[in-house]
Design a protein around this ligand. Structure first.
Ligand SMILES: [Zn+2]
Length: 450
């Protein structure tokens, strides 16, 4: 079993993963606020933490991945109102889109996907505890967290307490004891069409307390890994950490793991910037194989510049893997190649370094290409499997060799823009009972049904 080390934002250092109990690893990754279709930038944490869970399972751990759905939030009211829609209907519709869009990534689903609307009871109970312990106060139906009661506040985001802005603007400013305080509960406003009962009045929870309650309800505290985009470190994660520490006297998580942003040009990709590419559009264009590969090409902590060229490039790399897969045979790989396979997994154990892992995979492939005689695919399948890409080795599963060869010739003809030859080969394939479908990242052979 490898020792896994991950960069922890709180300590600023690599931290060894040490489960509370046996091999169980709880991972909570902040999910989307469902006020619109998700963009390709939102897919990055989904991919990073889904693949991290796969890697941990490969290493013999028992991961539980939780990705919440924020379906109570100001942004949802703000999006529903001008559209003349009910906010709960909009949230339900966008939740369904989020599930469908991320399903297309082909990485399975998180083990739990708690929704704030279904956990209001737990959220209200947590706020109640904070009030009892003097860390929060109710005023005019709102509840605020008393930040200065927590001397360690600011340690996660490494910010000075006097240089912080909770980003709540003028809202509640007159009710707060201190401008540093942030909202745990907001009394219902006349323009808001949903509200829940609480001992301090009808209203709805703030965003930060939703996550503290959902994480604790699904994983207990302190769980092993808290993840999310690094744009959430302050105030969202700082406040999640503060709430749980204040209420329970225990930290929320052992390791805080933050992914970098996806950038368009020099700016991060976000709806507020307006440079959005929907996840569904990107998947239509490039296919999931290319997108997953694209994300793996960058270290999770670094920003990645998003461009059509880089995505096309990822598509070509994926197609090369498919090609190699066609030349491999099933079964065990030569022992002499095992060092590259081990280097691949060692790279993932050292702060989940996917670019270094891909370099080790490329070394393995180079050896395989240089080998005399057929090479067994087992190592490559194992490596691709933890990246959710082992399907690349099944591209032409079940097709006889001569059919695979015809399909390769046809793809080559298309690449050379010899469409007459490509069409002729397509007809020949059909005559043998196989249809060839062209995806953004290569072809797929499909048997023609009876
Ligand atoms: Zn969160």
């Amino acid at each position: 079993m490898r020792t896994i080390r991950l960069h922890d934002t709180l300590s600023g250092e690599l931290k060894e993963l040490r489960p509370r109990e046996g091999r169980k690893v709880g991972i909570y990754a902040c999910g989307p606020t469902v006020y619109g279709r998700i963009h390709v930038g939102n897919a990055r944490p989904y991919v990073v933490f889904s693949l991290l869970a796969r890697f941990l399972a490969h290493e013999g751990y028992e991961p539980t991945l939780v990705a919440n759905i924020t379906d109570i939030n100001d942004k949802i009211y703000d999006a529903a109102r001008p559209a003349g829609r009910r906010s709960d209907e909009l949230a339900a519709e966008m939740t369904a889109h989020y599930i469908a869009d991320t399903e297309r990534l082909g990485l399975g689903r998180p083990d739990h996907e708690p929704q704030a609307t279904l956990m209001v009871e737990e959220i209200v109970a947590l706020i109640g505890t904070l009030i009892e312990r003097g860390h929060a106060y109710a005023v005019d139906g709102d509840v605020y967290f008393r930040v200065r009661t927590l001397p360690r506040y600011g340690e996660l985001s490494h910010r000075d307490i006097d240089q912080m802005d909770q980003g709540e603007g003028v809202e509640g400013a007159a009710l707060k004891e201190d401008p540093l305080d942030f909202a745990l509960w907001k009394a219902q406003k006349p323009i808001e069409d949903t509200a829940w009962e609480a001992p301090w009045g009808r209203g709805r929870p703030g965003w930060h307390i939703e996550c503290s309650a959902m994480a604790e309800a699904t994983l207990g505290v302190p769980f092993e890994i808290h993840g999310g985009g690094n744009d959430l470190t302050f105030p969202h994660h700082e406040n999640e950490a503060a709430q749980t520490l204040a209420a329970r006297g225990r930290p929320l998580a052992q390791i805080w793991m933050h992914n970098g942003m996806l950038q368009m040009g020099a700016e991060k990709m976000a709806k507020s910037v307006g440079n959005i590419l929907g996840l569904a559009e990107v998947l239509d264009e490039a296919g999931r194989d290319a997108l997953v590969w694209f994300f793996c090409e960058g270290h999770y902590r670094q920003p990645i510049a998003f461009s059509a060229e880089r995505l096309e490039d990822a598509g070509r790399r994926v197609e090369r893997i498919r090609d190699i897969g066609r030349r491999l045979v099933s079964g065990s790989s030569p022992d002499a190649f095992a060092g590259h396979r081990d280097a691949f997994f060692d790279a993932l154990a050292a702060d989940y370094n996917t670019p270094r892992a891909l370099a080790a995979m490329a070394d393995w492939i180079r050896e395989a290409n240089g080998a005399d005689g057929p090479v067994g695919a087992e190592h490559l399948r194992e490596m691709l499997g933890v990246l959710g890409l082992d399907n690349l080795l099944d591209a032409d599963e079940g097709a006889p060799d001569e059919v695979v060869e015809l399909a390769r010739r046809r793809t080559a003809a298309r690449a050379e823009r010899d469409f007459a030859e490509a069409d002729r080969l397509r007809d020949e394939l059909r005559a043998r009972g196989w249809d060839v479908r062209d995806g953004a990242t290569g072809h797929e052979l499909v048997p023609i049904g009876p």
